[in-house]
Structure formats: structure tokens, C-alpha cells
Design a protein around this ligand. Structure first.
Ligand code: ADP
Ligand code: GLC
Length: 491
């Protein structure tokens, strides 16, 4: 929409590290814009002003007012820069709307873990303001060429833009997790200002209700997701979660671009959270982190025993039930297990009970703890990710970089980032972890025995560690794929 040749992107997201984060989307929302800005793409991020976000931003100034527009309360647009960290200084626009965002709990759920009852309004507003800023109705002098929407919370923006008569940016809808679809009652579409024509199978209607995710997938000019394998999986049941028909029909417009990780933050040779730093050429100090982790978690301190780690949202998606099922076999290897995570109350309780049954061998910490995550990645010998499905997954990349070969279920981004250890992959130097293909306790436990055998052979284990540590997980090539995708939208 502007004459200058700089590519301008409005990146709309419900979470961004370090202001707010519940999972990988928070990491990606900070790291991808940072990588794009290094490539001279002018990316600015739009987020909701949850109370914790406003508290963490010392310097912010108001740049626009949005009057009340029923059912949306009046709001203001603030401008700030991300604080220190791997993505310092990224420009962010924050929607300040206290009636919708100033409260305790999390971004999506209340203290008891229930969805906020006004989520359609909270994220309808995020989508609406995204669409305004991406059109000639914007009060700002800065217009994006492309609006890049992330997950269902911003999915209505492409729908609003579709029905906007004036000039507008091209739109990209990115799926980080199709299991979350933002489904509300059928009246919601009209209440949020979408015309009746939008409420149809060719629109926002979804099994009788309305879905923010479907709105984005239907109306956006392009769709992206976070790994090539997941891009294929979601075009069929069961991982299409009901959207498979639409996604298969739009396959020409769907790209799978693998996430990267912030490699300066996840660097075992400089990581300040570790008790000793180490590198592929000097792995010996890694064991100091194992000792520290065993001590911190109340496990028996033993440098020989195989120590597995897991950091995860505690949900069915992440296969935590499978972890519970194989725990006895794991302990009998013999091996130890440390788990850090938060999530579904029933699974949390079962995991805590598991730790009580195996004192000194299994330790579980329920909570969100950034520092401990780093120590687990460094101190564990091997990292477990038995996810039922995994759009991309970040921890398996952190763990390879930290010389902690992961064990993963062969799905989505896990399949795209971990090379199973076989005589062939060891010989060609690509082996970097262990992949099991059947989502069953037998298949998972059988793979843990393969891990134990490899761990007992120091030469093989060192090679696996080094192969993983030397892989390039930086954002560089992904960011360049996004840049190409944006440019293709403009041509
Ligand atoms: P998802 O987004 O599906 O949860 P990802 O693997 O993409 O999965 O990203 C999860 C991110 O959240 C990682 O950065 C991981 O380290 C972090 N994380 C998850 N649970 C915790 C926790 N309990 N404490 C600290 N960090 C966590
Ligand atoms: C979602 C997915 C995860 C992915 C992350 C960032 O939370 O569950 O696999 O890595 O988004 O894209």
C-alpha cells in the first residue's frame, strides 16, 4: 500500500515472549519477527494488552484511540518495543482495553483453567484492530503489505478484511495448532460485526457454530503452518480436526515452513542458567548439569544412570498418558525421569502420584519455570516427546542443540527435525535421536530400550550428541521462506 520497496508486515498474535507465553507460539512470535527484521523486513507485532504485558513494558505511548463499537468497548493502541532478550527492540502495538484484558488468570483461561467466557470479544477485538491497521481505515501512518495472523485468536482478521470495501493488505493465516479452533455460538458472527453472508459453509460456519480458525483458513489469501509434515497431516482426518476438507481444497495455498529456535539464547556454551557450559568439542562439563538437576529435583545423584527429561504442557496431545504407562518399564531399565510442566489437572495429579511411587527415581515439578527448562535440557541424557501430534515442537530442537538426544513420536515437526538412530544414519552422520511410529506403550518402551543400548556405547552416544549439536536450527532459512511467501502474495 506504500510506494517504498521495504516489505511491511503486521504480525498479529495472542502471545509473545517475554511479555506473555503459554507455549511455543510465544517463542515463535518473538523469534520470527526478529529474524525477519534482520533481513530488513519491517515487521511490527500486534498483541492484546493483558495486565502482565502492560506491567512488563515500562515505556509505551498511545498512538491511537478506538471508540466503543458495540459489542467492543473503547480501546487505545499503545506503541512500545520488546524489552531486553533475543528479540529486543521489536516494535509492538498493544491493545489497551481494561474491560477485556485487565484481569488475573492466563491469556485464554481463568485461574481455574476454564476458557474466559468473553473470549470471542477478547480475540474478536484483536482480529478487528488487526484488520483496521491492515486497511485504509487505519488511524496510523504505517500500513502493512501483509497481515500475518497466528492461530484462531487472530482468525477473524482475514474475514473482516474480506468484507472491507477499501484498500487492504494481503493476508496470511498461520496454524500453530489446529486442535484449538475458537468455536462459538452461531449468533457470534453477527454480533462481532460480520455480515450474514459470512455465516455459511463457505465462510465462518463450522458444524452449526462459528469458528475463528475456519474464518482465517477460508478468507486468508494464503495459509501457512509450522512444518512440512504437519501441512500434509492436516489435509486428512484425524489431524485435520474437521478442517481437512477445506485445507485439502486450499492445498495450493498452504505452505509448511519449519520453525527455528533462537540459537543465541539456546547455546550450551554461553547459557547462564547452566551450572557449567559445554560445547560439541568439550562435552565433559555436561555432567555437572546432570548432577545439579538430580540434586535440584531430589533424584539419587548418579552420573552413570540414564536420566530422561521432559518439559511439556501436560495434556493428552503431548502423550503424557503414555509417559504414565511406561514409567515402570523406564525405572526398570534402570533409568531416572524428570518432568516439568503444567496443564490438565487430572494428568498433573497422576504424574505427581507417579513421582511419589518412585522416590529418587522419578521427579515431577508442576509449574512454569524457564530456568529449570534450560537445566533439564542440559542435565538430562535424553529428552522425551511422545506427542500424539506436534505441529512443530521446539524442545526436541533445544535438546539436540544441548547434546541431549530426543525420543519422539514420528509426527509433524518431530518427524521433520529428528533423525532416528539406525546403523545407516549413524554411518552417514545424520542420526540425532530416536523416533517411534506407533502411539503405543509397547512401541515407546521398546524405543527407550534402544536408547539404553545406545547410551551404553559411549562412542555411539557421543556421535549422536555431536550430530544433534551441529545441526542448524536457526531461523535464517525459515525467515527467508516467509519473506518469499510474503513477496509471492504481493505479486
Ligand atoms: P507447545 O507450544 O505445543 O506447548 P512447543 O514445543 O512448540 O510446544 O513449545 C513449548 C515451549 O514452552 C517451549 O519453549 C518449552 O520449553 C516451553 N514450556 C512448556 N512448558 C513449560 C514449563 N512448564 N516451564 C517452562 N517452559 C515451558
Ligand atoms: C503450537 C504447537 C507446537 C509448535 C508451536 C509453535 O503450540 O503445538 O508444535 O511448535 O505452536 O509454532
Amino acid at each position: 500500500m506504500q510506494s517504498s520497496s521495504t516489505l511491511r508486515i503486521l504480525f498479529v498474535t495472542p502471545e509473545i515472549y517475554p511479555l506473555s507465553k503459554t507455549g511455543g507460539l510465544g517463542d515463535v512470535s518473538a523469534a520470527l519477527p526478529a529474524a525477519l527484521r534482520e533481513m530488513k523486513v519491517d515487521v511490527r507485532v500486534l498483541i492484546p494488552g493483558y495486565s502482565q504485558v502492560l506491567k512488563k513494558l515500562r515505556y509505551k505511548r498511545k498512538v491511537a484511540d478506538f471508540p466503543e463499537h458495540a459489542p467492543f468497548p473503547a480501546s487505545a493502541l499503545l506503541s512500545a518495543k520488546l524489552p531486553a532478550g533475543p528479540s529486543a527492540n521489536i516494535p509492538v502495538f498493544i491493545i489497551d482495553c481494561p474491560p477485556l484484558y485487565n484481569r488475573g488468570g492466563g491469556p485464554y483461561v481463568d485461574e481455574a483453567g476454564h476458557d474466559w467466557s468473553d473470549n470471542s470479544l477478547r480475540f474478536g477485538l484483536l482480529s478487528r484492530i488487526g484488520a483496521i491497521l491492515a486497511s485504509d481505515a487505519s488511524p496510523l501512518p504505517w500500513y502493512p503489505d501483509v497481515i500475518h495472523c497466528n492461530d484462531w485468536q487472530s482468525g477473524l482478521a482475514p474475514a473482516y478484511l474480506h468484507f472491507h470495501k477499501g484498500k487492504k493488505a494481503a493476508s496470511l493465516m498461520e496454524i500453530h495448532n489446529l486442535a484449538f479452533q475458537g468455536v462459538f455460538s452461531p449468533e457470534t458472527a453477527g454480533q462481532l460485526g460480520l455480515p450474514p453472508a459470512s455465516f455459511s459453509m463457505n465462510g465462518v460456519e463450522y458444524y452449526g457454530g462459528m469458528s475463528f480458525m475456519k474464518a482465517g483458513l477460508y478468507y486468508a489469501d494464503r495459509i501457512a503452518t509450522v512444518s512440512p509434515t504437519y501441512a500434509k497431516e492436516i489435509q486428512a482426518a484425524p489431524l485435520g480436526f474437521g478442517m481437512e476438507g477445506l485445507l485439502a481444497a486450499r492445498a495450493q495455498h498452504l505452505s509448511g515452513i519449519l520453525n527455528g529456535i533462537p540459537v543465541t539464547e539456546w547455546d550450551s556454551s554461553t547459557d547462564p542458567h547452566l551450572v557449567q557450559n559445554y560445547s560439541p568439542d568439550d562435552l565433559a562439563p555436561k555432567v555437572a548439569n546432570k548432577r545439579a538437576l538430580q540434586q535440584a529435583m531430589g533424584l539419587a545423584v548418579d552420573r552413570q544412570v540414564l536420566l530422561f527429561g521432559a518439559v511439556s504442557r501436560i495434556t493428552y496431545q503431548k502423550g503424557c498418558d503414555l509417559l504414565l504407562e511406561i514409567a515402570r518399564q523406564l525405572v526398570d531399565i534402570p533409568a531416572q525421569l524428570v518432568i516439568l510442566g503444567t496443564g490438565e489437572a487430572v494428568l498433573e495429579k497422576e504424574l505427581a502420584a507417579l513421582a511419589n511411587h518412585h522416590p529418587g527415581k522419578i521427579a515431577v515439578r508442576i509449574g512454569f519455570d524457564e530456568k529449570l527448562t534450560h537445566l533439564i535440557e542440559a542435565g538430562a541424557d535424553s529428552f522425551l516427546m511422545p506427542s500424539r501430534f506436534e505441529p512443530c515442537g521446539l524442545n526436541q530442537m533445544y535438546s539436540q542443540r544441548y547434546g541431549t538426544p530426543p525420543v519422539v513420536h514420528g509426527t509433524g515437526g518431530l518427524l521433520d527435525t529428528v533423525v532416528d538412530c539406525t546403523p545407516h544414519t549413524l554411518a552417514d552422520g545424520s542420526a540425532s535421536g530416536f523416533v517411534f511410529h506407533d502411539m503405543t506403550a509397547e512401541s515407546f518402551a521398546g524405543t527407550l530400550s534402544r536408547v539404553a543400548a545406545a547410551y551404553d556405547n559411549k562412542r555411539i552416544w557421543r556421535q549422536l550428541q555431536k550430530n544433534g549439536m551441529l545441526k542448524d536450527f536457526s531461523w535464517r532459512s525459515s525467515a527467508s521462506s516467509y519473506r518469499k511467501l510474503y513477496l509471492s502474495l504481493l505479486s
